[in-house]
Design a protein around this ligand. Sequence first.
Ligand code: UDP
Length: 325
Amino acid sequence: MGMEKVILPKSLEGKTVLVAGAAGFVPSHVCELYVGLGAKVIGLDNFVTGTEANLTGLKSNSLFDFRECNIFESLPSFSGENIDYIFSLASPASPVDFSKIPMDIMRVNSEGTRFLLELAKEKKARFLEASTSEVYGDPEVHPQTEDYVGHVNPIGPRACYDEGKRFAEAMCTVYKNFHGVETRIVRIFNTYGPRMRPDDGRVIPNFINQAMNDQDISVYGDGSQTRSFCFVTDLVQAMHYVMHSPVDTPVNIGNPDEYTILEAAKFIIDVMGSNSKITHLPLPKDDPKKRRPDITKLQSFSDYVPQVGFREGLLETVEFFKSCV
Ligand code: UDP
């Protein structure tokens, strides 16, 4: 028997949404969606990876209220305020962050997430944890379904994030089972789009920057590893569906359109009409060989279909990077 499809609210006027990590790439788009629906949005960030620039549009909106803080130290006081929805989106997520700020990543996914879950318990808010495809590690199952428990190296270079998010999922589940908190968990697959940090080190920003400047495109290894790239507005729509669904177990969100990294490099050169050549650099340790979300579960309870194709999404991202220089 199929599940009933989620009906999204037409308006969230009178509701308050807390977004941890608001100045980050994906979260800034979440804030925009919710102020657009008429909700009051409180954004938190410590700017370790997020930027003021990502908040420019939001700050002129009277529904948006920003409070700078480091959520793994403490939260601001919300005494006397209602909170209806909490988005736990504060973790740095790029592999370049894993070697630079591993302690911040581990603390935000443990202490920070606990503070947010305590707040959800106190305010009776619905809580959504942004988990990741990284919980599957270097997967032996392809495409990845939510019931696959993963293949993660607990002491590898990606462990601060992979295990951080696995811990965060575990803690959400405990708060659900022992404290009755309404938790939702999304596992985000590779996402790209405007407001990604141009120097974030991930594959799409690197390739676009290189192609824009006719520099060599840095393919790690032979480029046969795969990723499936989702445009940010599609991803945020998927998160919105999960937040408003009754599904309290993990849900993969992303775009199942899968490319080898070499194909992606060639595609970007082509789309941008660049003169760049491809060069090969060493493959980082524990780099997952394959990644594609199975989104059957998401589609069983929502009308989610990715709307933005790779070419269109890349062109929008290129425009954004051009506006940054
Ligand atoms: N990658 C690459 N060249 C780059 C950056 C990344 O070939 O300049 C590869 C990387 O080895 C990985 C894939 O692209 O296989 C995606 O890497 P990214 O850092 O974007 O995120 P991940 O999916 O590994 O978390």
